[in-house]
Design a protein around this ligand. Sequence first.
Ligand SMILES: NC(=O)c1ccc[n+]([C@@H]2O[C@H](COP(=O)([O-])OP(=O)(O)OC[C@H]3O[C@@H](n4cnc5c(N)ncnc54)[C@H](O)[C@@H]3O)[C@@H](O)[C@H]2O)c1
Length: 360
Amino acid sequence: MDRVHVAIIGCGSIAQRKILPALLRREDVDVCAFYDNNPRNSQSACAQFGNARSYVADTLTQVLNDSRIDAVYVCTPNSTHSELTIAALNHNKHVMCEKPMALSYGEAVNMLNAAEKAGKVLSIGFQNRFRDDYMMVKSLGDEGFFGDMYYVKAYTVRRMGIPNWGAFLNKDIQGGGPLIDLGSHVLDLALWLTNNYKPAYVVGAAYNHIGRLGSDCNRWGPWPNEEYDIEDSAFGFVRMENGMTISIETAWAMHTTDERTACVSLYGSKAGAEMRNGLTIVREMNGSLVEIKPSVAAESSQALAPGNNVNSANDREAASFIEAVKAQDPSLGNARQAAVVTKITEALYHSAQIGRPVDL
Ligand SMILES: NC(=O)c1ccc[n+]([C@@H]2O[C@H](COP(=O)([O-])OP(=O)(O)OC[C@H]3O[C@@H](n4cnc5c(N)ncnc54)[C@H](O)[C@@H]3O)[C@@H](O)[C@H]2O)c1
């Protein structure tokens, strides 16, 4: 396959700001079809990112029955990921689905089964894996530089950033607050960097004091605080089968001075990697502790940030999926790993609800 023909399902923010700019920079991709159940969004995406042969689809069936289309990008709200991904796989399309993979592990397993049955690539949009700094930590970890990695800090905290648009505050559509939204990125990084996908049990806690109280200081203005029923912050502890632990801290709102998103630090018997104001490697040299500041770009974790340019994490993520499709190699998709992220997230919510640890 020389060229990959793509359809976009859900033409909102992430499609227009992360996915389409990256696909447009590739010479081997044709974005053929745009579908959104709000036609204004598909029309505007097609006008901006389409070419002479692109079309705005009136129905999902029209996209799925288009035999030219090799791959579908699912960029719709969380609650639709499973159903739309399975529909596309059942029509023999490769799928790149936005994070989080699904609302529940059960949904994620159904997606994995559909991909296996179709023999197609299924990947989830975890673009932080493609940042220069995390790619460096990953290769150091794989080479054994850190020794035994026994503790990972997965941190993603906004001080007062409750998103008040779209479906963000709708529990049924979104599945939760910052844990499922921001936390899925840092959990994915924690597992991927340490190549450890065997959780044993979790302890989780979730709060919505600020969400319910309201604030005059929210970055995006007021939100309907009286109806607020998801968490504004969630914290947890994941014990892995091999004894490694992950602590996770996520917040959309917290009275803290330490506002950092998508920051994952890891600690091993021989060295550590601290992600705070950029990457710092900590190790012993010549009888002294040293801090090494690699000159890798500390690219913003935000898919939507400026700097989304050639060779960015977003472009590398697009390349990774498109090359997997061209190779027709389902083993190159990351969905099996992403399903573990969903499993842990669901268990953390469950633990927070029952106030007890949850075995996995
Ligand atoms: N990778 C990242 O860092 C990142 C960042 C932001 C959002 N996301 C994910 O992307 C997804 C979409 O988020 P967004 O910010 O683009 O939201 P959005 O509301 O801006 O866009 C979603 C679009 O999907 C459309 N839609 C809803 N249901 C549909 C359906 N059944 N069929 C077709 N179209 C449908 C909506 O009309 C809307 O245009 C979410 O799952 C979110 O978690 C990922």
